[in-house]
Design a protein around this ligand. Sequence first.
Ligand SMILES: Nc1nc2c(ncn2[C@@H]2O[C@H](COP(=O)(O)OP(=O)(O)O)[C@@H](O)[C@H]2O)c(=O)[nH]1
Ligand SMILES: [Mg+2]
Ligand SMILES: [Zn+2]
Length: 296
Amino acid sequence: MLDELSCAAKVVFVNAHHVWIQTPDRELHLCQVLPKINKLMVGDLVEVSLGNNLVTKLLPRTNMLIRSDRHKSKKLAANVDQVMLVIAPLPRFSEQWLMDTLIACQAHRTTAIILVNKADLEVIFSPLWERLQVYRKLGYTMMKVSLVEAGIPLIEDCIKGKTTLLLGRSGVGKSSLIKKLVPNSSAVIQELSKNSLKGKNTTSGSYLYRVDENSFVIDSPGFELFGLDHLSTLALTQSMPDISQYASQCRFNNCLHRSEPDCAIKVALKKGDIDPIRLQRYLQLYQDSIQRRRMP
Ligand SMILES: Nc1nc2c(ncn2[C@@H]2O[C@H](COP(=O)(O)OP(=O)(O)O)[C@@H](O)[C@H]2O)c(=O)[nH]1
Ligand SMILES: [Mg+2]
Ligand SMILES: [Zn+2]
């Protein structure tokens, strides 16, 4: 039950011992969390008792995005409506980053939008944009933008009424995008830092920013590899349907698509129906995954 000092709020930042929550009146509060509540994530909806700055209840999540490798898993955000993958020709574009992150979005059943930034750097932008047409053909929404130039009406439309998680390697322009969408964002961070962010691990988490009453964007720390170790072989392959759709037509149902006879994937590659760069990544992930399952 919510009494007058209790209300529903959104988690905007999590650190080791506290969480920052934002109440519907936009006020930020530094709160402790009842011990029975499992670790909170940015984007969580909670009930707080404002009298004693205590989170008393975690409301059910619609989803949660995590990334993981063999050593650790990192919680990115909860209750995300869509993920915006920010890429750019500088720092050097990594197609593996794009492929792996798209797989993760697909496996978590989250809509992915590809935002290609730094269009002003024409000479290096054009070949990237051309290569990315492969992804447009796969059905992804792609937008090009230059965040050092004028307005960004397409992006503003795209995030309206939603909670959008920004993912991107360091230096692609995530913070620049936040600055455009939320002009007072640095003030928010300052408010948080003066109250508790000092010290260790303060910049390693995600932050949720309120764009308007029902639009939110979450800035996440840049990362080099998504880490797909938490996904099963089936989830991995199903997340690259442009390739796995052929696998059922291979002669052997345990075909590794290397040199087996009557491999439908190899045939599709020869016919130009499969993109070679994506196939290479698929085979790598597929084989890594099988290997992992065999390990004790
Ligand atoms: N040329 C160019 N530089 C940009 C653009 N957007 C961001 N940058 C620059 O790229 C650098 C990294 O941007 P930042 O937003 O901090 O990236 P983040 O690490 O993803 O948060 C900064 O020096 C920005 O000024 C753009 O559209 N064009
Ligand atoms: Mg940044
Ligand atoms: Zn095969």
